[in-house]
Design a protein around this ligand. Structure first.
Ligand code: NAD
Ligand code: DAU
Length: 356
């Protein structure tokens, strides 16, 4: 244990966090992982099925806004690396209920930065060279027109309560580097997809509804564009920034896979039709597509210029969208119980079953 790095993951029971914990424990034996997660509606212990607590993994159910608990974990565990995923992440929820986004995304990030500052910037810090990686989003840059890409120097222009709260946390993280010299790095990534994504997000929602012959809601004209990245590519990029990045720097991460929403939805329907045949109705699943009222303030287009991380760190995505979406549909087909437990709410019983 002495030679292991101690990496604190926040939000490790969510979509990207769980994929990251799995990757780390499987392929990077030099790390032990402390996973702090509040288990909000988006946190699911089933995402970490098969991972046992032990020398290399510990789970703590806690709120990142709880400074006492966070500071205790920093000092007890001698945390030397933080990868901070925990957030309220769904744009639609931020429109109907922004308060939780302000609390977790801003106050929670502040609480972690303070704990890291107190732990690492005192004279008696005894651990390895520290690093605080703040995981953020391309949504802080606002919305693009028909052309152009977001680069690390694009001015912030957040337009939803979610993106405004993430922009605020990015600024705080950056301020802790400039003011105190805290070893902060920031990543701003485009839309992720893949296993364990909560079925409120576009891709798993369309999968679930089309399997149950429910209508497939497409906002507005369906021509909004997102730049899709397979989740494991994102996880690898984050780890590369931890290992090879520079303090005080931001890195954009993207898949170079721009797609209109309607293309994505139609493709998922067609893949399922191909794999399972037509449903009982005899109609192709794409006939379930329904154009609905647009999201308020719906950003039109996101697209990332990821040349900095490619040139300075050597990372680039491995999975193209056609391959990744096929793998993703296969995963959801093989894990329909995982989806159904979320839909019926029973996934929330697992903490009690496992820990109490
Ligand atoms: P998610 O909603 O699937 O998971 C969030 C996790 O954080 C959940 O396990 C939840 O229980 C936990 N959490 C929430 N509030 C907490 C709190 N107060 N204390 C402790 N834990 C708390 O989110 P995700 O899609 O995995 O996103 C992870 C991070 O990556 C977020 O910071 C998000 O802004 C960022 N990001 C996401 C995407 C994407 O496409 N999903 C793209 C770029 C950046
Ligand atoms: O760009 C990165 C961001 O991507 C992350 O920071 C967010 O955490 C993550 O949720 C995601 O935000 P989006 O709003 O882009 O993702 P969502 O899956 O909610 O929507 C993708 C697109 O699909 C968006 O243009 C809205 C549209 N949409 C979404 C839903 C849920 C629909 O047309 N119908 C739907 O039912």
């Amino acid at each position: 244990m002495k030679n292991l790095r101690t990496l604190l993951v926040t939000g490790g029971c969510g979509f990207i966090g769980a994929n990251f914990v799995r990757l780390l424990l499987k392929q990077y034996p030099e790390y032990r992982v402390i996973n702090i997660d509040k288990l909000t509606y988006a946190g699911n212990l089933r995402n970490l099925d098969g991972i046992e607590e032990g020398e290399r993994y510990r789970f703590v159910k806690a709120d990142i806004c709880d400074s006492e608990t966070i500071e205790r974990i920093f000092s007890e565990e001698l945390v030397d690396t933080v990868v901070h995923f925990a957030a309220e992440s769904h744009v639609d929820r931020s429109i109907t209920g922004p308060a939780a986004f302000i609390q977790t995304n801003i106050i929670g990030t502040f609480t972690l930065l303070e704990a890291a500052r107190k732990s690492w910037l005192t004279g008696d810090w005894k651990g390895a060279e520290p690093c605080f990686l703040h995981v953020s989003t391309d949504e802080v840059y606002g919305s693009l027109g028909e052309t152009g890409l977001f680069s690390e120097t694009t001015p912030f222009d957040p337009r939803s309560p979610y993106s405004a709260s993430k922009a605020s946390s990015d600024h705080l993280a950056s301020a802790y580097f400039h003011t105190y010299g805290l070893p902060v790095r920031i990543t701003n990534c485009s839309n992720n997809y893949g296993p364990y994504q909560f079925p409120e997000k576009l891709i798993p929602l369309i999968f679930n509804n089309s399997m149950k012959a429910k209508s497939l809601p497409v906002y507005g004209d369906g021509k909004n564009v997102r730049d899709w990245l397979f989740v494991l590519d994102h996880c690898e990029a984050i780890l590369e920034v931890v290992r090879k990045g520079k303090n005080g720097e931001c890195y954009n991460i993207g898949g170079n896979n721009e797609k209109q929403n309607i293309e994505v939805v139609t493709l998922i329907c067609d893949i399922i039709d191909k794999k399972l045949g037509l449903p009982e109705s005899g109609e192709p699943r794409r006939s379930l597509i329904t154009f609905v009222k647009d999201r308020l303030g719906h950003d039109r287009r996101y697209a990332i210029d990821a040349s900095k991380i490619k040139n300075q760190i050597g990372w680039q995505p491995k999975v193209q969208f056609a391959e990744g979406i096929e793998k993703t549909v296969d995963w959801y087909l093989a894990n329909q119980q995982w989806v159904n437990e979320i839909v019926d709410g029973s996934y929330q019983d697992y903490y009690q079953k496992m820990y109490q």
